[in-house]
Design a protein around this ligand. Structure first.
Ligand code: C5P
Length: 220
């Protein structure tokens, strides 16, 4: 059988990562978290004192860091120049800067190239999660899913993950990041015309996973 390529897009807090990892693990597919790649390049920019307010400064060094993603859904790793950054990329500092860095076209071109090469080398298939996978990175994906949920549900899930975080503050930060991601010029967060939209507001994670697994199986 030919490798199956699954694109899962949507805003933050819709359960993209949990769903994508579980679906990949259940079906024996590889997994790629593209948000982690944008977080990793942002971590490098912040660590190296690059002015995040200056897109040309970001563009000038976009090719410098070497970013390597592991694609095992049970152990998704990410390194920058050989350093494991799985922890540091989840900090508030990186989360608050990532939309600005990922809006820079040179950054997107670089990361998109990495994504395409990983997707085409997956032997059995791959689940790729992000914001622009179905529209830009892998427009020929076998299956495209667009996950949504109400802002309240998304904020509640995120603050649950961040343990003890304020739901209101989380909601504001999340809405701000989605607005930035949706309004940028280069490949914004958007649903592809041929994507299946799944509203997860009233669904459990298990139900979302089952729904996506069924859709993938229909394509194999
Ligand atoms: O999915 P996650 O919340 O980790 O993504 C972090 C950020 O990376 C997003 O807010 C967005 O700015 C950027 N991103 C992107 N394109 C993708 C995946 C993530 O611009 N395909």
């Amino acid at each position: 059988a030919k490798p199956v390529i699954v694109a899962i897009d949507g805003p933050s807090g819709t359960g993209k990562s949990s769903t994508s990892k579980a679906v990949a693990a259940q079906l024996g597919l590889s997994y790629l978290d593209t948000g982690a790649q944008y977080r990793a390049i942002t971590w490098w920019m912040v660590t190296n004192g690059i002015d995040i307010e200056d897109p040309s400064a970001i563009a000038a060094v976009a090719g410098k860091p070497e970013i390597v993603s592991g694609t095992d859904p049970s152990n998704p790793t990410i390194t920058v120049d050989g350093v494991d950054v799985s922890g540091p990329i989840r900090t508030q500092k990186v989360t608050s800067q990532v939309s600005a860095v990922s809006a820079v076209p040179e950054v997107r071109a670089r990361i998109t190239e990495l994504q395409r090469s990983l997707a085409t080398s997956a032997e059995i298939g791959i689940v790729v999660e992000g914001r622009d996978i179905g529209t830009t990175v892998l427009p020929d994906a076998d299956l495209k899913i667009f996950l949504t949920a109400s802002p309240e549900a998304r904020a509640a899930r995120r603050s649950g993950e961040l343990q003890g975080a304020d739901v209101h503050a989380t909601r504001e930060a999340l809405i701000k990041r989605d607005a930035a991601d949706s309004s940028r010029k280069t490949s914004p967060l958007a649903k592809a015309d041929d994507a299946v939209e799944v509203d997860t507001t009233e669904l459990t994670l298990q139900q979302v996973i089952e729904c996506v697994v069924t859709l993938v199986e229909e394509k194999r």
